[in-house]
Design a protein around this ligand. Structure first.
Ligand SMILES: Nc1nc2c(c(=O)[nH]1)N[C@H]1C(S)=C(S)[C@@H](COP(=O)(O)O)O[C@H]1N2
Ligand SMILES: [Mo]
Length: 198
C-alpha cells in the first residue's frame, strides 16, 4: 500500500472515504431485479402524490426545466463494491421539492420506478445538495441498464436507494419498506454504519 492509496483517503468529516467492508472498482457493475423497462421520452412522465397540496405530473421537458445541476460523488453498493468520482448531471431533488411544496406532515418519501421497483428514504436525506435525478453520468446520457432516462442518486446511502428508471415520488408521514427493504435490506442504509441488512 502506498501513502497515496486512494482507498485510504479521509473525508472532511474525518470518516474514511471508503466505508467499512467496501472495495474499490473501476468498472461500473449493473445490478437490478427484473428486466429493463422500455421507455420513451414522449410518453415518460414523473408523478408526485401523497402528502402534497396538489398531485403533479411532469413531462420530460417540464421535469428537466425545474433545474439542472452537476455533482461529483461516490457510489457504495451493499454488495461491497464502491466507485469513486462519478460525475452526475440532472435535476436537483430540491428543485422538485420546491415545485411540489410537500405538506409539513411529509417526513418520508417512497420512490417509484418504471418496472415496479420502490425504495424508501427520509425526506431530509433527499434535501442534501448532492441528491439529484440524474440523466447523465460522466458526460454521457445514462445507458438503459443504468437507468435511462432518469435515475435518483443519493450518494450518502447504499446504492439500492438510488432508484433507476424513476417515475415518481409519494410523500408519506411514516416510513414504509420499499422493494428490497421488504426482503430484509435495512430501512435506512448508511454505508459508514454498515446498515446492510436489518
Ligand atoms: N428501478 C430499479 N432501481 C434500482 C434497482 C432495481 O432493481 N430497480 N436496484 C438497485 C440496486 S440494488 C443497485 S446496487 C443499483 C445498481 O445501479 P447500477 O446498475 O447503475 O450500478 O441500482 C438500484 N436501483
Ligand atoms: Mo444493490
Amino acid at each position: 500500500m502506498s501513502r497515496t492509496d486512494i482507498s485510504r483517503e479521509l473525508r472532511p468529516d474525518g470518516k474514511p472515504r471508503l466505508p467499512p467492508g467496501q472495495r474499490l472498482v473501476k468498472d461500473w457493475p449493473v445490478l437490478h431485479y427484473g428486466s429493463i423497462p422500455r421507455l420513451d421520452l414522449k410518453t415518460w412522465r414523473f408523478h408526485v402524490w401523497g402528502l402534497v397540496p396538489e398531485e403533479k405530473t411532469f413531462t420530460w421537458e417540464e421535469f428537466n426545466a425545474l433545474g439542472q445541476v452537476r455533482t461529483v460523488s461516490d457510489i457504495h453498493c451493499v454488495t461491497s463494491w464502491s466507485k469513486f468520482d462519478n460525475e452526475w448531471e440532472g435535476v436537483p431533488f430540491r428543485a422538485v421539492y420546491e415545485a411540489v411544496k410537500p405538506l409539513p406532515e411529509a417526513k418520508y418519501v417512497m420512490v417509484h420506478c418504471y418496472g415496479g421497483y420502490t425504495t424508501n428514504i427520509p425526506l431530509e436525506d433527499l434535501l442534501r445538495d448532492d441528491v439529484l435525478f440524474a440523466h447523465s453520468h460522466n458526460g454521457q446520457p445514462l445507458t438503459p441498464e443504468h437507468g435511462w432516462p432518469m435515475r435518483l442518486v443519493v450518494p450518502h446511502l447504499y446504492f439500492w436507494k438510488s432508484a433507476k428508471w424513476v417515475g415518481g415520488l409519494q410523500f408519506l408521514a411514516h416510513d414504509r419498506p420499499g422493494f428490497w427493504e421488504t426482503y430484509g435490506y435495512h430501512m435506512y442504509g448508511d454505508p459508514w454504519k454498515e446498515q446492510r441488512y436489518a
